[in-house]
Design a binder for this molecule. Structure first.
Ligand code: SAM
Ligand code: SF4
Length: 341
């Protein structure tokens, strides 16, 4: 295949077949997690055997190859990224690319359970902003929703991160009845501490122990309830991602809404996702992937990964087609913890 017919790689930038620049790589460094959030995982998960995982060096090779092809932003995610052994070495090494200017942003999505001990090191590696997931501020409900999380520990981690100078965004998945009426309190708390906040609609990824339609809460309803107390004005802030932002006049902070099911966010999609087993998903909501394992393990990895990346980007689809229908299997079989949220 003549890749240059479909992928333009010039001015040090990857452009997909739909003329979208691809400048953002999300890397799931593990599918494992110390929580089992109800909407994300089943209670009894079978995780990948450790031998199937790429080493941190191999993951780094893939990241470096993307950076050389113009990727400017990398997010480390999971599973819970901070439970992967030695993960800080990856942050340290990628931090070098921040220092030399070829990478503009290195960031992290975490459940916060290990944040207290890693916050300072993350900051020292050049991480400036992190996303922390919190779906409730009620300790009992937190324990129930995460099936094993400790809210107090997570809050300690968040406050430590704030103290060392990391900018924090809180991610909250909107869950019908469960945290539906608490989202306003989470927003109040977040904005009081000067954290941004993003509310997320549940996405049909992977089998869980529940019927997802029971949990689904359209964000139009969340926005309506927030607007009873706050003035939300469309924000100019835009990250190229699925979030649509509003400035909250009273708190002078931002709230974002990720609505994959009620709105299509694909037109301006700038990202691809790498799993810990070396698969690249060109779209969160499609099953097509590219396998980078042998390229990442090759002696000639620089050339082989470059070719693999160009080939994969030539297959980036126009968009996803998530649908939640009662009593049907999820539209994408893999869990969010595999592809990385
Ligand atoms: N463990 C980390 C955490 O929870 O932040 C990082 C990985 S987690 C998969 C990333 C984000 O995906 C979290 O904010 C989580 O709430 C969200 N998430 C997980 N499963 C989801 C689903 N089915 N629909 C919507 N969001 C989901
Ligand atoms: Fe773990 Fe994050 Fe999934 Fe919760 S949302 S189970 S913390 S990966």
């Amino acid at each position: 295949m003549n890749l240059l017919c479909t992928v333009v790689y010039n001015k040090n930038m990857l452009i997909d077949p739909f003329k979208r620049p691809v400048s953002y790589l999300r890397v799931s460094v593990t599918d494992r997690c110390d929580f089992r959030c109800e909407y994300c995982m089943a209670e009894n998960m079978t995780f990948l055997p450790k031998k199937d995982l790429l080493s941190l060096i191999e993951l780094e090779r893939i990241c470096v190859s993307f950076i050389k092809l113009g990727t400017t932003k990398i997010r480390i995610t999971g599973g819970e990224p901070l439970v992967r052994k030695n993960v800080m070495s990856l942050f340290e090494n990628l931090g070098g690319y921040l220092k030399n200017g070829s990478l503009k942003e290195l960031t992290l999505t975490t459940n916060g359970s290990q944040l207290e001990k890693h916050a300072q090191d993350l900051f020292n590696c050049g991480v400036k902003r992190i996303n922390v997931s919190i779906d409730t501020l009620k300790p009992d409900l937190f324990g129930k929703l995460t099936r094993r999380g400790n809210l107090e520990k997570v809050l300690k981690g968040i406050y430590k991160a704030k103290e060392v100078g990391l900018k924090i965004k809180i991610n909250t998945v909107a869950l019908k009845e469960t945290n539906e009426h608490e989202i306003i309190d989470i927003l109040k708390w977040a904005h009081y501490h000067n954290f941004d906040m993003t509310v997320i609609e549940t996405m049909p990824l992977g089998d869980i122990d529940y019927d997802r339609t029971d949990q689904f809460l359209p964000l139009s309803k969340v926005k309506e309830s927030l607007e009873k107390y706050y003035t939300l004005e469309k924000s100019k802030h835009y990250t190229g991602g699925p979030s649509r932002y509003y400035d909250v006049k009273e708190t002078k902070n931002r709230v974002g809404f990720i609505t994959p099911l009620t709105h299509n966010f694909c037109e301006l999609c700038n990202r691809v996702r790498l799993t810990c087993t070396g698969k690249l998903y060109m779209c969160l909501g499609q099953d097509d992937s590219a396998d980078f394992v042998s390229a990442a393990r090759s002696e000639n990895w620089e050339v082989e990964l470059k070719n693999s990346i160009l080939e994969a980007i030539s297959r980036k689809p126009k968009g996803h087609d998530f649908v939640i229908r009662r009593k049907q299997s999820p539209s994408v079989k893999r869990h969010m913890s595999v592809t990385g949220g």
